[in-house]
Design a protein. Structure first.
Length: 78
């Protein structure tokens, strides 16, 4: 599970993948419809999960209200 920050508007994008390097390149090359207008992106947080189901649970959590609060705390440490 990963969290990106847009250098254009400081917005965030949360997703999951099995290859973070490849996925970040895809986001920054405009290969993702929902993120291409807000690029470039930087990686601000990564969490590893045992499997896809657990990664999806983490992603959903970080998209929730309490998860967004944690993202704000992560931003303060950068």
């Amino acid at each position: 599970m990963y969290i990106l920050r847009s250098l254009i508007d400081n917005g965030h994008y949360t997703g999951f993948t099995n290859n973070i390097d490849r996925r970040l390149i895809q986001h920054n090359n405009g290969k993702n419809y929902s993120t291409k207008i807000r690029r470039p992106w930087i990686l601000i947080h990564v969490e590893f999960a045992e499997n896809r189901v657990e990664a999806r649970k983490l992603e959903k959590y970080f998209k929730s209200g309490s998860g967004r609060e944690i993202i704000k705390e992560i931003e303060l440490t950068i």
